[in-house]
Design a protein around this ligand. Structure first.
Ligand code: SF4
Length: 454
């Protein structure tokens, strides 16, 4: 059987797309192997969010070609959209195709025996939208534990630093009946947690009729049998009214974790980024979430060194981040993306200054993360046990509802079960969890006993 390996970079939307392409390969009798193995076909699903992402993509392509110089190498994703020429220059690449062409992945497989095109194959975009823009697929983080579902793609916001609207196109929302059907299928195959994914989730529905929103998706999938948890991968803080939070809070399967990319904690920079909210509005959103969801985890992306960011602006951002008490920060250094307005802004911040600011922000993020974990100690929380081992003792691990990574002393039979755990001790970036005696006793009468690991 021919083998295929996937290298996936960037966001959850790309991960979802990879899963769909993997399913197509499996239907075509390919065996999916690890990216470090010698494979007949490599698919590199790239990201272009920063210059570093571009560099990593080129490195991954070259590594795949070195691993098997006779392999077919297919390159797709946002970097393939933004700088096709740079990829075409790499000897050994078979096809380059963009995000919109992922829906025609079967077509590329059919042509793999040919000489290779080294170009973006022309595909009727309307046809893609009609039949397969959102081809069915299950992104999976762990064995039948968490499944990604993409509900929209693209973005029409045009934040001044972001290349996404240019490489993924304008926003397209997927109809709710189709989403429901896919979640039903996912639940039937045993997945307990649904992660709703998209590029700009909070704008969901605005391209259709503005009467459907992300709350409607939640309300439609919440009753589906087998679904125990629902969360968002990342949701922009714009278009997030109080009323939506009230609707979410009425749905017990909706998990108390929100990744709300703030990008800057200073109104002047938010305006330059064209982010369409103020720090005050963001603070209100977080306060509302905190009152609706006890122990909510609020995580974020924050950029440092945006053009025009002075020392005083950066200090303001630090104070804002501290005041919000994020449970985790993803810190990015601004890097200009050709074709975006911010790349031509004056007052670009020198790299050594943005590097210094990044270090300071990362340190603050670590401190806040630690404080959040400390606050959660001695609490009892449900953990979905995953099929992955982590920490120094390679224990099974899982996430709490508020997205804390917990290490567990349970046997493999506990995998894919939601168990109440007492959070007993900090262990670096993890928390040690102990299964409650009640959960253990309950398991004795269930079909799958959960033995405490000795
Ligand atoms: S909302 Fe802004 S940052 Fe997010 S994808 Fe759209 S343009 Fe990019």
């Amino acid at each position: 059987m021919p083998t295929a390996a996937f290298i996936t970079m960037g966001c959850k939307v790309n991960q979802y797309d990879t899963q769909s392409m993997q399913e197509t390969m499996i239907r075509n009798s390919y065996t999916i192997v690890d990216e470090r193995e010698v494979a007949d076909v490599y698919v590199i699903n790239t990201c272009t969010v920063t210059n570093i992402a571009d560099h990593k993509a080129r490195k991954a392509i070259r590594r795949a070609i070195r691993q098997n110089p006779t392999a077919k190498v297919l390159v797709t994703g946002c970097y393939a959209e933004s700088d096709r020429a740079a990829i075409e220059e790499i000897p050994g690449v078979t096809f380059v195709f963009g995000n919109r062409e992922k829906a025609d992945f079967q077509g590329y497989l059919d042509e793999l025996d040919g000489p290779g095109l080294l170009q973006i194959k022309p595909v009727e975009h309307d046809v893609i939208r009609e039949h397969a823009r959102f081809s069915a697929g299950v992104g999976n983080a762990g064995k039948h534990t968490r499944a990604l579902i993409k509900v929209q793609d693209g973005c029409s916001a045009f934040c001044t630093y972001c290349i996404i609207p240019y490489v993924r196109g304008r926003m397209t929302s997927r109809p709710i009946p189709e989403i429901v059907e896919e979640v039903e299928r996912i639940a039937e195959s045993g997945y307990k947690e649904i992660v709703i994914t998209g590029v700009h989730l909070s704008a969901y529905g605005r391209d259709i009729d503005r009467t459907s929103d992300i709350g409607d998706i939640l309300e439609h999938i919440h009753p589906i049998e087998g679904v125990e948890r629902i969360r968002f991968s990342s949701i922009e803080p714009m278009y997030f009214p109080d009323e939506l939070i009230d609707r979410m809070a009425a749905l017990p399967k909706c998990m108390p974790h929100f990744h709300l990319p703030v990008q800057a904690g200073c109104d002047k920079i938010l305006r330059l980024m064209r982010r369409r909210y103020t720090t005050e509005e963001y603070t209100h959103l977080v306060e509302k979430l905190r009152s609706a969801f006890p122990d909510v985890g609020v995580t974020t992306d924050i950029m440092v060194g945006f053009p025009g960011e002075t020392d005083a602006d950066f200090e303001e951002s630090l104070r804002f981040v501290e005041a919000i008490r994020f449970s985790q920060l993803h810190v990015f250094r601004y890097s200009p993306r050709r074709g975006t307005p911010a790349a031509d802004y004056p007052n670009q911040v020198p790299p050594h200054i943005s590097a210094e600011r990044s270090k300071t922000m990362i340190e603050l993020g670590k401190r806040l993360g630690m404080k959040f974990r400390e606050r959660m100690l001695d609490k009892t929380m449900d953990v979905l046990v995953e099929d992955s081992r982590e920490g120094t003792n390679q224990q099974l691990a899982g996430f709490t509802g508020n997205y804390l990574r917990v290490l567990l002393n349970v046997a493999d039979s506990a995998i894919n079960q939601v168990l109440p755990m007492r959070l007993t001790a900090l262990d670096g970036q993890f928390i040690q969890g102990e299964v409650l005696p009640d959960a253990f006793l309950a398991s004795q009468s269930s079909a799958i006993p959960i033995h405490l690991q000795t």
